[in-house]
Design a protein around this ligand. Structure first.
Ligand code: NCD
Length: 309
């Protein structure tokens, strides 16, 4: 089957294994396109896309915008900071006003969990969730799995450890769903205060010893501590966090094997990962960024095929 089973991309939890196969096969094609001298196809010349970012973003926003432009869609951008949201407008009013300008697809990042699902029930456009609070970030998880597949040949049967602030991370949850859907084994590693109490119910094991977690895995996906989402103190100091959960070259050299290092960005160099590791040959951090454009092109292209034209 070459079609998606969903009408929107709201979260990985709504996808089936075949959806991931279809997205990856389509992304393979677009990856070839973006490496041509002319990095553009005319596929979505009749489609208009609005990027609505109610929360800060660098990579994700640029990556979506570039993906849309490489597909020849018309693109409008909106950042909450400079908008009438500050004047008290509701989310649905803001979005309906944008849709009145004949927008087909909305890419939205929002601080509230479920914002994308809510929007999909109230407005007449395709919705792509670009991160909803601490909940899901589906395109990040797709590009992460795509990058593992590219580096190791397959995701199936691989052992992945997600290290860091699991509690506040939408990247962690979407990765857990995506990796399990493809038959990978997932562990999380971090301070117990930053691991959700019910994580075991997702079939994920917890390892609080970083060295043991790294010895076990094929891939370590390293996350930033999300200070902006914390209203409490979850660990004594950044220095202690780095001593216990920071990845440096010494730890990796003592594993007796190579592992793949990933990070969704933004990196806090010297906190969760040292610069030499982030910039080493074992790191696929910049491949993740490159693959993000191809994977987002695939998601947008596949959803646009469902729009009656
Ligand atoms: C992540 C996010 O915003 O959820 N970054 C990203 O999208 N590349 C992770 C983070 O902010 O730490």
């Amino acid at each position: 089957m070459s079609e998606l089973s969903v009408e929107h991309l709201l979260g990985i939890k709504y996808l089936k294994p075949n959806d991931i196969d279809v997205i990856f096969k389509t992304a393979d094609h677009f990856k070839e396109v973006i490496n041509r001298p002319i990095k553009k196809v005319p596929s979505l010349r009749d489609i208009t896309i609005a990027n609505l970012f109610f929360e800060n973003s660098t990579r994700t926003k640029l990556s979506f915008e570039l993906a849309e432009k490489r597909l020849s869609a018309d693109v409008i951008n909106f950042s909450a900071g400079q908008s009438s949201v500050k004047k008290g407008e509701t989310l649905i009013d803001t979005v309906n006003n944008i849709l009145a300008m004949k927008v087909d697809i909305v890419v939205m990042r929002h601080g509230n969990v479920g914002a994308g699902v809510f929007l999909s029930k109230h407005v007449d456009a395709k919705i792509i969730n670009a991160g909803d609070g601490t909940h899901e970030h589906p395109t990040q998880a797709l590009l992460d799995s795509y990058s593992i597949r590219e580096k190791l040949g397959t995701v199936k049967g691989k052992k992945i450890v997600i290290v860091g602030d699991i509690l506040h991370s939408r990247v962690a949850l979407s990765n857990i769903f995506a990796l399990q859907l493809q038959g990978a084994e997932v562990k999380v590693c971090g301070p117990t205060t930053l691991i959700p109490k019910h994580i075991a119910s997702l079939g994920v094991k917890v390892e609080t010893n970083l060295k043991k977690a790294l010895e076990w895995c094929d891939v370590a996906n390293v996350l930033r501590v999300q200070h902006e989402r914390m209203d409490l103190k979850y660990f004594p100091s950044t220095r202690e966090y780095t001593q216990l959960f920071g990845i440096n070259q010494d730890i990796l050299d003592n594993l007796g094997k190579k592992i793949v290092i990933m990070h969704p960005g933004p990196i806090n160099r010297g906190v969760e990962i040292t610069s030499d590791v982030a910039d080493s040959n074992d790191s696929i951090i910049l491949n993740q960024v490159e693959n993000g454009v191809a994977v987002r092109m695939a998601v947008i292209y596949l959803l646009a095929q469902q729009i009656k034209r």
